[in-house]
Design a protein around this ligand. Structure first.
Ligand code: ATP
Ligand code: MG
Ligand code: MG
Length: 348
């Protein structure tokens, strides 16, 4: 059978490997770090840094297609891989989403609503940005941020200096603070033929900047529900995207505001494992392989809860709950803020 190459061996790479195996594919995971969660389930693992051109070339030659579980893969590594094999989702999706500035510009050019934003290459630019955007605001590094890392909140202009210091010299963007009522996300897929399938939007609650729960159905009226799906479809088509994409949205009284996109399977889509016939991981593999997309219909109300750090100690109790599906990532070391697993509770 065909082999799917996966860049990144974290929990997303692990769950993609499981889905691929179920469809009869093999996976080869490329991961620089030690003890990757995906190693326990992938058919093959390469442990090497993204700067190892030979390892990348060998990896690329051993697989039929390459996908990824995170968006911060160095361009130089992608260039080597692409000499041998196709990367899905494509380079444009990565280029756009690797940098918050290009991401915001891309979304705005599509006619979508985003928070007011300004490019902040240095301290002076931050002072000017605060004049135009005002406070409160959030300063975010343009690259490499996740789980709320690389962000500083500005309540008043007095926060300019400490917020800039938090960026540690990295280029940033300032975003106006959005007074949202709640946050939702859409997990959507597009096939090489241009078919699109969306999962029902989920409602997300963060704790200490990390996703804590996703609840489906999300609180959305009918027009916003349609809007959420149309927004996702617009992004997928504009990128000629192949695979699963996550779109994070703020819900406001005036409508939906796009926060950010993730060109991959997404933590807020984990509920699909127990709420849908075809989950986001299988959907991604189907799209890559050119299979028909599964429909995203939801057959249950689900609350996904992340097990972060010491939360994982509750697992014996969680396993006793009758309608609670436990998913563990096989990480040996528990650390604060580390995603150790999640549960999907079927609530209706
Ligand atoms: P992820 O782990 O989802 O990739 P991230 O580190 O990329 O997160 P964001 O999604 O940009 O960060 O922001 C994290 C959270 O901070 C958001 O989910 C939201 O709760 C809050 N937030 C971000 N930007 C804004 C904004 N402009 N206005 C209000 N709240 C915001
Ligand atoms: Mg993000
Ligand atoms: Mg986010």
């Amino acid at each position: 059978g065909a082999t799917i190459g996966i860049l990144g061996g974290g929990q997303l790479g692990r769950m993609l490997s499981v889905a691929a195996a179920r469809l009869g594919f093999k996976t080869h995971v490329f991961e620089p770090g030690g003890e990757p969660p995906a190693a326990q389930v992938a058919h093959r693992l390469t442990t090497a840094p993204y700067t190892d051109a030979d390892a990348l070339a060998r990896f690329a030659q051993s697989v039929d297609i390459v996908t990824y579980e995170f968006e911060n893969i160095p361009t130089s590594a992608l260039n080597i891989i692409e000499k041998y094999v196709q990367i899905r989702p494509g380079r444009e999706a990565l280029r756009v989403s690797q940098d918050r500035l290009s991401e915001k510009q891309f979304l705005q050019n599509l006619g979508l609503t985003v928070a007011p934003f300004a490019d902040v290459p240095d301290h002076d630019a931050l002072e000017k940005a605060v004049e135009t955007i005002g406070t409160p605001g959030i300063l975010k590094t343009r690259r490499f941020g996740y789980d709320g890392k690389g962000q500083a909140r500005l309540k008043t202009p007095q926060d300019i200096a400490p917020a800039w210091a938090d960026m540690a010299g990295q280029p940033a963007i300032l975003e106006g603070f959005v007074e949202f009522t709640h946050e939702v996300s859409v997990i959507a897929a597009r096939s090489p033929q241009g078919d699109i399938a969306c999962f029902d939007p989920g409602e997300n609650v963060h704790r200490d900047g990390i996703l804590h729960t996703t609840k489906v159905p999300a609180r959305l009226n009918a027009s916003m529900r349609t809007d959420a799906v149309l927004i996702a479809a617009k992004i997928l088509n504009a990128l000629e995207y192949v695979g699963v994409l996550g779109v994070e949205l703020f819900v406001t009284r005036a409508g939906l505001i796009v926060n950010e996109i993730a060109p991959r399977v997404h933590n807020s889509g984990h509920w699909t494992q127990n709420g849908c016939t075809v989950d986001q991981f299988e959907q991604h593999i189907r799209a890559l392989a050119g299979w028909p997309l599964g429909n995203g219909s939801r057959y249950a109300d689900v609350i996904m809860e992340n097990l972060i750090g010491a939360d994982v100690k509750q697992v014996a109790d969680l396993a006793k709950e009758p309608n609670c599906a436990v998913h563990l990532y096989g990480k040996s070391e528990t650390k604060p803020g580390r995603k150790m697993g999640h549960v999907n509770r079927i609530v209706k």
